[in-house]
Design a protein around this ligand. Structure first.
Ligand code: SF4
Ligand code: MG
Length: 318
């Protein structure tokens, strides 16, 4: 999956007070086959929007989206349809992801009937096997239940089952555990990782939990106010974070910050308004290292080594 200089904007407001918000600003990245790309950042940094652009659930204002070598940026829905089953979204809120009046059996068999043209009975057999697979047993019991008769964790397993039934090659997991009890989060993550291994899937894992990414991701990208500000192999980003924002994220974690090989950073104030981002470097009003240049000029996204990038004037030559 490849993104090339993606820009995504939304109109907000109404009655002549319309305003454009740039939710994703010039982001390029690629996710190799069979790898996990972890995208981290605060709420409102554009992670979910970016994830949906990769699935072409949104059409970007500019830039290109490539899936398996094919440019899918401008494809109409009719041409996207055959690709849809190959790329699946696991959303944050499982209750919002299912039709509340359908049974689990209906909800999970429908995509198989639509995408693979299976008979209902045949589809239901696959659904039962997959429900067992994700730990919703006995499956017989679950197929006749409706979403609100399942716990959040059970329903998220059902949503994962629905996606995996289509044997997708690319998954966007958008904070798949953040609405769930802490006690079951690890088991849901493990379930996703098991499928990923089994089917050699590529995964975009979106979260605000950089510690989780340190455990599961091959690469990490850090977003701040619609921009990618740091990127690299997971262990390098964690052990040697370069961008002050990444350092601040790690400084905020008690166990991690005791072992940091750099000065702890506390950012001032709150994340800015995406509709009205700061000039220059977007972090400058909060950054302890900000210089006058930072307030005026946007830093380039500098490639320090192959695949290791940072968007900060501290690393620009000279
Ligand atoms: Fe801080 Fe300047 Fe680097 Fe931005 S460019 S993160 S303000 S030092
Ligand atoms: Mg989000």
């Amino acid at each position: 999956l490849e993104l090339d200089r993606i820009v995504m904007e939304f109109d907000i407001g109404s009655f002549g007070r319309k305003k454009k918000v740039r939710a994703v600003d010039n982001v390029s990245l690629s996710i190799d086959k069979g790898l996990i790309y972890g995208l981290v950042g605060e709420s409102g940094s554009g992670k979910s929007t970016l994830g949906r652009v990769t699935l072409r659930l949104y059409k970007p204002v500019s830039g290109r989206v490539l899936f398996d070598g094919q440019d899918i940026t401008g494809l109409p829905e009719s041409k996207l349809r055959p690709l849809r089953r190959r790329m699946q979204l696991i959303p944050q809120d499982p209750y919002g992801a299912v039709n509340p009046v359908q049974t689990i059996g209906e909800a999970l068999s429908e995509p198989l009937i639509v995408h693979y043209g299976l008979e209902t009975r045949e589809a239901m057999e696959q659904v039962k096997a997959m429900l067992e697979n994700v730990g919703l047993t006995p499956a017989e019991d679950f197929i006749s239940r409706r979403p609100f008769n399942l716990s959040g964790g059970q329903l998220q397993r059902a949503v994962i089952a629905r996606a995996m039934l289509l044997k997708p090659e690319y998954i966007v997991a958008d904070e798949p555990t953040s609405n769930l009890d802490a006690s079951i989060r690890a088991s849901i993550v493990k379930l996703l990782l098991d499928f990923k291994e089994k089917y050699n899937q590529s995964l975009l894992f979106i979260t605000h939990d950089i510690v989780l990414l340190s455990l599961i991701a091959d690469r990490i990208g850090v977003m701040y106010l619609a921009q990618l500000v740091e990127e690299g192999p997971s262990d390098e980003v964690i052990k040697n974070p370069l961008h002050p924002y990444t350092r601040a994220l790690l400084s905020a974690i008690p166990l991690v910050s005791q072992e940091l090989g750099f000065e702890k950073i506390i950012l001032k104030g709150e994340i800015g308004d995406p509709a009205n981002p700061p000039t220059g470097c977007r972090l400058h009003p909060r950054c302890p290292y900000a210089s006058q240049k930072c307030a005026k000029e946007e830093p380039p996204f500098i490639e320090l080594a192959a695949g290791r990038k940072v968007k900060c004037w501290l690393y620009a030559s000279g």
